[in-house]
Design a protein around this ligand. Structure first.
Ligand code: F6P
Length: 361
């Protein structure tokens, strides 16, 4: 009997359930009744404290289209994994003990950056681990894309679409703030899909003068409204020149006056142009709801590939996408790296050719 565990870790996203279903269906296909599945509750917490449910084929029925995660999730920072909990429990040893007590043959970790770091740690500690690439941010190293990303693009794009019509009616400047503190993939894609005029992402520091110039240029060409897609972690060039400590302090100060960077940018544009400005923050909506068709297919493919890796005894790897192929990358290569938008990427050049300003020129 094969005994297999799975957990969903970190911020949730669409298609977590679809991915678990893909893994489970393929395992049942490969081993029929000779496989037993265990689901750990609330991410690594369930593995640490031995909180789990036994999963049967029926548990995977009807979840392809269901957002969120049937197992629950939580953030368990990697940097705290080596620190004992409030009762002195060694978390890494506790996770290994749970794995061994249940006699598991493999653990699937559906997670983003931090979660895959811990997956790599567990793999180095001798557990058979397979990572599954989750995040709406698409910032996981070692894979071209992640599940959740395309569904989030749809939602953020819909937000921009809705704002477009009202911005045009009122001749307003609208800022749509899109998730992504360190990587601008989601903002970039939703911005292009939604026809944003200006896109500000962490990887390309902006100068507010250039942003204002782009807004004024539109006005001078008879366009009364402007749509700006701003990533949560967008940075001005002076922010980007700061040390980590200085930037932290600057953000703290900014947050005393504004709920987020978009509101500061909105004020700066209003002061320089006299235009009416509004901010829309779709926030966690971007992680919610049903996965789109693309993510359902992707997750199903990733899941079945994950089952094949188990069948071939290939552990310590994260299932990944390379071009149109599903493949895998060693967890040791994924751990601790971030995939950000290269400022010289083709898609940036193409966006510029569409007349989109990144606020840097
Ligand atoms: O999952 C990643 C992410 O969506 C980021 O883009 C966002 O800033 C963050 O999660 C918000 O997470 P939380 O659930 O902790 O508010």
């Amino acid at each position: 009997m094969k005994r297999i565990g799975m957990l969903t870790s970190g911020g949730d996203c669409q298609a977590l359930n679809a991915t678990m279903r893909g893994i489970a269906k393929a395992l049942y296909h490969l081993y029929e009744d000779d496989v037993e599945l265990f689901g750990f509750l609330d991410g690594y917490k369930g593995l640490i404290y031995e909180e789990y449910v036994r999963l049967a084929p029926l548990d995977f029925s009807g979840i392809l289209t269901k957002g969120g995660t049937i197992l629950g999730t939580s953030r368990q920072p990697f940097k705290l994994m080596r620190e004992p909990d409030e009762n002195g429990l060694d978390k890494v040893e506790a996770m290994k003990a749970t794995y061994r007590r249940l006699g598991l043959d493999c653990l699937y970790v559906l997670g983003g950056n931090g979660s895959q770091k811990t997956a790599n740690l567990l793999s180095q500690e001798g557990l058979n681990v397979i990572g599954m690439p989750k995040t709406i941010d698409n910032d996981l190293w070692g894979t071209d894309t992640t599940f959740g990303f395309q569904s989030a693009i749809d939602i953020a794009t819909h937000a921009i679409d809705c704002v477009h019509t009202t911005a045009a009616s009122h001749n307003r400047c609208f800022i749509v703030e899109i998730m992504g503190h360190k990587a601008g993939w989601l903002t970039l894609h939703a911005g292009i899909a939604g026809g944003a005029d200006i896109i500000l992402i962490p990887e390309i520091p902006y100068d507010i003068e250039n942003v204002v110039k782009a807004v004024k240029k539109r006005s001078s060409r008879g366009r009364g409204f402007t749509i700006i897609a701003v990533a949560e972690g967008a940075k001005s060039s002076s922010d980007a020149a700061m040390t980590k400590k200085e930037y932290k302090k600057r953000v703290k100060e900014m947050l005393r006056n504004y709920p987020s960077i978009s509101y500061e940018i909105s004020d700066q544009i209003r002061e320089s142009t006299g235009l009416e400005c509004r901010v829309l923050v779709p926030g966690h909506m971007q992680r919610g709801g049903a996965p789109n068709a693309y993510d359902r297919v992707l997750s199903s493919r990733l899941g079945t590939y994950g089952a094949m890796l188990f069948d071939q005894g290939e552990f310590g790897r994260m299932v990944a996408v390379s071009g149109h192929e599903i493949t895998s990358t060693p967890l040791s290569e994924v751990a601790g790296k971030l995939k950000t938008v290269p400022p010289d990427a083709d898609i940036i050049t193409e966006a510029r050719m569409l007349g989109i300003s990144f606020g840097d020129q």
